[in-house]
Design a protein around this ligand. Structure first.
Ligand code: ADP
Ligand code: MG
Length: 333
């Protein structure tokens, strides 16, 4: 197959169609119409085989996740996704792989109203780059800076699901079904919180999506906002499946907390909002299936602190977390 046959067969005229695409795949560039009352938001992420996903990952899941991680960044800006470009580098034109990859990619693209408008197809080690563009009402994009002392820290959905699945995969251990299945779905097919992110415009003071673990990503918010925070560890949200598998594995509470704080790949939103808006946040999330939990409070003193329900501080030993604490104190990694 030539490059042009690949593009025509697998990537042209699939997924969502959008009226605002003036020129799509097939010309030297794509042309889209950006509403005059909106700002354009651009995000991009590259997935390299063996680095960002194990080489044996199912191609449909790679296609899905390559788009999902970008949708999650878009959601964290409070923006709605619209147009994607896709650069695929692969060792050879494998039709079975391409068909499955495209199926996973377009399944999510359709769900989220994203049209693929262009890309690049080259030969080399398996690497996928997706660039996603979207819009947000002028001046309303949410950022990492903006959290203020007294604000409440919230997180959507549950933490640690993907981390637990990835850990089991690395150690080549199965997790018992049906809970194990749930956790692997959370790892391979994270649900980007697009509607939730957009609904938080004008309400959240700062927002980020959790890709590297709550502790590391919240730290970005704290530094950008020049504030600190204390999290109440008893409030960190865990799924039923997480609890069941963690029990089965004989995990201690500390091991569970460590996964929630440092494991990453959650693709949930972490945001802050004024304490006076707490009812509004709760009302908003009663509409959304993922739920949302208040997990802590923003403070003037920099750094991230953990406390237990009795108010006693909690110190977690171990590499990931120590590294984080050092980094937040010293202001560098
Ligand atoms: P050029 O040589 O002008 O850069 P290409 O031959 O690379 O153009 O691509 C031809 C058309 O196909 C362009 O519209 C490009 O955006 C699109 N395209 C190429 N690869 C992909 C891909 N993997 N997914 C979507 N569109 C693609
Ligand atoms: Mg050209």
């Amino acid at each position: 197959m030539t490059e042009f046959e690949i593009i025509r067969r697998y990537f042209t005229e699939r997924g969502a169609g959008r009226a605002d695409v003036v020129v799509g795949i097939g010309d030297d560039g794509a042309v889209v119409r950006v509403p005059s009352d909106s700002d354009l938001v651009t995000v991009v992420d590259t997935l390299v085989a063996g680095v960002h996903f194990p080489p044996e990952t199912r191609p449909a899941d790679i296609g899905y996740k390559a788009l999902a991680v970008n949708l999650s960044d878009m959601a964290a800006m409070g923006a709605m996704p619209a147009w994607a470009t896709l650069a695929v580098t692969m060792p050879q034109a494998d039709e079975v792989w391409l068909e499955a990859f495209a199926q996973g990619f377009f399944e999510l693209a359709e769900q989220c109203g994203v049209q693929l408008i262009g890309g690049d197809t080259t030969r080399g080690p398996l690497t996928i780059t997706v660039q996603l563009q979207g819009t947000v009402p002028t001046g309303e994009a949410l950022q990492r800076a903006g959290a203020r002392p007294g604000d409440i820290v919230y997180v959507t959905g549950n933490l640690g699901d993907a981390g637990l699945a990835l850990q089991a995969w690395r150690q080549q251990r199965r997790l018992p079904d049906p809970h194990g299945d749930d956790l692997f779905t959370r790892l391979h097919r994270p649900t980007p919180r697009c509607k939730e992110g957009a609904a938080l415009r004008g309400l959240a003071t700062a927002m980020i999506d959790i890709s590297d673990g709550l502790a590391a990503d919240l730290k970005h918010v704290l530094e950008a906002s020049m504030v600190g925070a204390t999290l109440d560890v008893e409030t960190l949200p865990f799924s039923e499946s997480f609890r069941a598998c963690a029990r089965g594995e004989g995990f201690t509470q500390e091991q569970c907390l460590r996964l929630a704080l440092t494991a990453g790949d959650d693709y949930e939103l972490c945001f802050t909002a004024p304490a006076a808006q707490r009812r509004r946040v709760e009302r908003l999330f009663s509409r959304f299936a993922c739920g949302c939990r208040a997990i802590g409070v923003i403070e003037r003193t920099s750094g991230l602190r953990l406390k237990q329900s009795d108010g006693e501080p909690l110190h977690l030993a171990g590499d990931g977390y120590d590294h984080f604490v050092r980094a937040s104190r010293g202001g560098g990694a």
